[in-house]
Every structure is written in structure tokens, then in C-alpha cells.
Design a protein around this ligand. Structure first.
Ligand SMILES: NC(=O)c1ccc[n+]([C@@H]2O[C@H](COP(=O)([O-])OP(=O)(O)OC[C@H]3O[C@@H](n4cnc5c(N)ncnc54)[C@H](OP(=O)(O)O)[C@@H]3O)[C@@H](O)[C@H]2O)c1
Length: 329
């Protein structure tokens, strides 16, 4: 594993981050449920493979529950609890944690948002679930479209002053909002972003990723494999336990069908280079910028092992261009 500075924070993190939106899960009594034992195993395996950075969120349940009409808060924070349990035996200084605040975590009026009342409550709950004293990188998960930029930034600054978080970042904000935060120069500004970016979803390249690069912010990249599509997950015959098959709102099939020719060409390119599609997709991202950090969402140990090998791949400038051409056709 290679380690590099997380933007201007100077904190050394692994080139790949382990994400916990989805954890190993299976069907029981007609419902998808998280397999806690397997989840702990995969987190510890990631640590053993050299990943020192783990991403979670207060709203992560390990399996996405999109049915908000019958919102059930029972599993809120399950991913944080599992991360805490998996890493409890390790030296806290040997790993980095990011978690997020904004999404609804309970039935009360202020059980969501980036207002001070919710942030102060949410950080306490996240620390309790993680069984930790501080969060390295705390993230505003999305704008709430009500709380002012300065108000949200001040709340994050207070947490920094209290030693509860080291730095904060923004996820799913517009470039315009991101710039507003960066320009609050009398307050500590966000040091990183977290946005979606991969070979077939490059919308952020000229937006937040560019703003981040210009301002030396680190970019945590989510869905680096387009939820498995870029790993060739849906070329495999064994898709019973694949996200698209149990996640009814997964838009992947559309993305898959639209890109099928390019994906086949990309598969051939990977085969010729002797690497997997997942490895080449991740290596492309890692090589896109010195502060780009893909968050991998593997739900199986073999996927994790496959993805980690991406850090060993050397890609030339010509290969980068060839890869990009395939998906630009
Ligand atoms: N800030 C935000 O709003 C936000 C949003 C989304 C995600 N995130 C973060 O980003 C992390 C990663 O997102 P993501 O899960 O969408 O990432 P992803 O890497 O694009 O997709 C992960 C899925 O791809 C498949 N996969 C992974 N490696 C594979 C391999 N080597 N071979 C075949 N299939 C493979 C697996 O599918 P199966 O499980 O189907 O086997 C896995 O669940 C999340 O865990 C979370 O921490 C943040």
C-alpha cells in the first residue's frame, strides 16, 4: 500500500479508503440484513492490507434502506457501530476515520440538517457508536438548503476547537457552495471534498474536483467503480448477491446498458495488461491527481484483495489517454 498526504492537512493516508455504505449482507426473512461477522472480517482485512482510512456516516445502515415512507431508525448508525467494533483492538493513532452528518437519524424536527443543534448532537452519537474520542475528518454529507454557510462552518470550527474533529469536508455540495466555504477566510475552511467520480460518471471533473485541485483540497471519491459496473460485476454469471439485484432503485443497469460497448473494450484492455477491470479503473483514478483518493465499497474479501492491487499498477500517460478515449466515444 502507498501512503500520501491528505491534501494540505499533511495527514498520511492510504491511497485507497475503505467505505462502509454497503457492508457484506444477505437475505433473511425476505429482507437484506448486514452480516456483522463478515463485515468485521472485511474491515480488519482492509486494515491488514494496509488501508488506514475508513469512511462511514451516521445514516449508514450497511445496506441502503430507501423506503422513506416507513422510515425505520432501528439500524441507523449500524455501520459506525460495526466500524467501531472492528477497529476497537487497534491503536487509534494507526487509522483515520471519516464520518458524516446531515441525513435524518430520528423522528424529531432537528434529527437532521447541518444546523448547530443537530451537529452537536450527531457528533456525540457518532463518537459513542464508534467508541472513539475524536473523528479525523468530519463531513457535511449534503447541504440542507436552509442553514447558512457561515453557520455550518462555525459549527464545524467549534468541533475543531473542542478537539472532537481534526478537519471537516463537504460532500454533494455545488461548486458555488464549495467556493463560499473556501472563501470564509476568517474561519477554518474545509480541507477536502467527497464526491462521485469514475470513468463513466465524470460530471465532477470540471466542477468540484477542479475546485478542490485548484485550492489544494483532497478529493475523496465515492462510487469509483460506478457501484460495480466498472469492475465488470455484471459481466459475471454470479450476480445473485449483487447490489443491482437486491437494490430496486439501483440505476446501474441503465448506466451498464448505455456503456456496454465501452465496457467490453475496457475489459479487453485490462485483459491485455494482465489486470482486472476494477484495478484499472481505480489506478486511472489514483493517477488523475495527487490528492485523489478512491473510496472502495467492496462487500467481499476477494473484491477487496482485487481492488487493493490497483495501487501497484503503473499506468503511462498514453494508457491514461487510451482509457479515457474508450469511454468518450
Ligand atoms: N458521500 C456520499 O454521498 C456517498 C455516496 C455513496 C458512497 N459513498 C462512500 O463511498 C463508498 C464506496 O461507494 P460504492 O460502494 O458505490 O463504491 P464502488 O466501488 O463504486 O462500488 C462497490 C461495489 O462494486 C462491486 N465491486 C467492488 N469491487 C469489485 C471487484 N473487484 N470485482 C467485482 N465487483 C466489485 C461490489 O458490488 P456487490 O456488492 O454487488 O458485489 C461493491 O459493492 C461507500 O462505501 C461510502 O463510504 C459516499
Amino acid at each position: 500500500m502507498n501512503y500520501k498526504a491528505f491534501g494540505r492537512t499533511g495527514i498520511k493516508v492510504s491511497e485507497l479508503i475503505f467505505g462502509t455504505w454497503y457492508l457484506p449482507n444477505n437475505t433473511a426473512e425476505g429482507k437484506r440484513i448486514v452480516n456483522k461477522e463478515e463485515s468485521i472480517k472485511i474491515i480488519q482485512k482492509a486494515y491488514d492490507l494496509g488501508i488506514n482510512f475508513f469512511d462511514t456516516a451516521d445514516v449508514y445502515r450497511g445496506v441502503y434502506e430507501r423506503d422513506t415512507s416507513s422510515i425505520n431508525f432501528e439500524n441507523i448508525g449500524l455501520a459506525e457501530r460495526i466500524v467501531g467494533e472492528a477497529l476497537r483492538g487497534y491503536d487509534r493513532e494507526s487509522f483515520i476515520i471519516s464520518t458524516k452528518v446531515m441525513g435524518r437519524t430520528g423522528p424529531l424536527q432537528n434529527d437532521m440538517g447541518v444546523n448547530r443543534k443537530h451537529i452537536n448532537n450527531a457528533i456525540k452519537k457518532s463518537l459513542e457508536r464508534l467508541q472513539m474520542h475524536y473523528i479525523d475528518f468530519y463531513i457535511l454529507h449534503a447541504p440542507d438548503n436552509i442553514t447558512g454557510v457561515e453557520e455550518a462552518a462555525r459549527s464545524m470550527n467549534r468541533l475543531i476547537d473542542q478537539g472532537l474533529i481534526y478537519h471537516y469536508g463537504l460532500s454533494n455540495f455545488s461548486s458555488h457552495e464549495l467556493m463560499k466555504f473556501i472563501n470564509l477566510d476568517y474561519l477554518e475552511s474545509p480541507k477536502f471534498i467527497q464526491d462521485k467520480y469514475n470513468l463513466i460518471e465524470r460530471e465532477q471533473e470540471e466542477r468540484n474536483i477542479k475546485v478542490a485541485e485548484e485550492n489544494s483540497l483532497a478529493s475523496m471519491i465515492y462510487s469509483p467503480l460506478a457501484q460495480g459496473i466498472l469492475a465488470g460485476r455484471y459481466f459475471s454469471k454470479d450476480t445473485d448477491n449483487a447490489r443491482a439485484n437486491y437494490e430496486k432503485f439501483f440505476k446501474g443497469n441503465d448506466l451498464l446498458n448505455k456503456n456496454i460497448k465501452a465496457l467490453e473494450e475496457f475489459r479487453n484492455l485490462s485483459l491485455n495488461k494482465g489486470v482486472s477491470m476494477a484495478q484499472l479503473s481505480l489506478a486511472w483514478l489514483i493517477n488523475k491527481g495527487k490528492f485523489i483518493f478512491p473510496i472502495i465499497g467492496a462487500t467481499k474479501i476477494d473484491q477487496l484483495e482485487d481492488n487493493v492491487k490497483a495501487t501497484e499498477i503503473k499506468i503511462t500517460k498514453e494508457e491514461m489517454e487510451t482509457i479515457e478515449k474508450i469511454f468518450k466515444k
